[in-house]
Design a protein around this ligand. Structure first.
Ligand code: ZN
Length: 253
């Protein structure tokens, strides 16, 4: 497989000769107001430009996976530029209805045993924070990719570390794991996605996996920088386990 990190949670995943676009957030730098009640209220989202042109990002895509509908995973630019007949996988009926209302005609709810072109896609649980903030943050999912010719890939989505992430790792034994690791937060309520200690828990649960931390430094409410995570990973002696890609960087596994 090849995973190219685009920006925030947006990835291009080439897997068993199919090309997936995950969580397309494709607007130009500075298009949207900052998320409220959080750091950097003087900065517009996205904070950074795309590393590739939109044509390069969307050409040849076989399917899109949208883990939830927050702006930094599915935005107006994605709705405008993606072909209306493209296959889109979503977490539930509510999200399917919303994406169909934007004009898309080929939307499918991911299940625990979805098969797309011989690739098994398993929807996984996530928790977009801990405690009271969960009601505000809403439902999210991740996805496991499995195919006989490929290593198993787990894209965890916007989740903190909790027991369901451990269960996915125990059940599917992924060799490659993508976590959203910017420790994004509002001023109250704690982490909305993984921070460095969560990522360390993922490492302990899957010490032989390659773990990519994305969703970093791209929207205003991030609190964990790549530099801080790289320092942490270095101190723990796990630099070959936890990879911290820059925008546009790609890996083959
Ligand atoms: Zn997000």
């Amino acid at each position: 497989m090849n995973i190219q990190h685009i920006r925030n949670a947006t990835l291009i995943v080439q897997y068993a000769e199919k090309k997936f676009l995950i969580d397309p957030f494709l607007a130009e730098k500075g298009t949207y107001p900052p998320f409220p009640n959080s750091l950097r209220q003087d900065q517009q989202n996205p904070l950074v430009s795309l590393p590739l042109s939109i044509d390069e990002i969307i050409s040849g895509i076989d399917a899109v996976i949208v883990t939830h509908l927050h702006l930094d995973h599915w935005d107006d630019t994605a709705k405008e530029v993606l072909p209306k007949e493209i296959k889109i996988f979503v977490q539930n009926e509510e999200d399917a209805v919303e994406i169909k209302n934007a004009g898309f005609i080929n939307v499918e709810v991911l299940q625990e045993n979805t098969v797309f072109q011989d690739i098994k896609l398993t929807k996984t649980k996530g928790e977009h924070g801990r405690g009271d903030i969960l009601k505000l943050a809403g439902l999210v999912c991740g996805v496991v990719f499995e195919h006989q010719s490929e290593k198993t890939l787990y894209v965890a989505g916007d989740t903190v570390w909790y027991e369901a992430v451990q269960e996915v790792i125990d059940t599917h034994k992924p060799e490659v794991i993508v976590v959203n690791g910017g420790d994004n937060q509002f001023l109250q309520g704690g982490s909305l996605v993984m921070g460095k200690e969560d990522i360390y828990e993922v490492y302990k649960a899957a010490p032989n996996a390659k773990i990519l931390s994305v969703h970093m430094e791209a929207v205003n409410h991030w609190t964990l920088s790549r530099e801080e995570l790289r320092t942490f990973v270095n101190e723990k002696g796990i630099t070959s386990n936890v990879l911290v890609p820059n925008d546009g960087e790609s890996y083959t596994f």
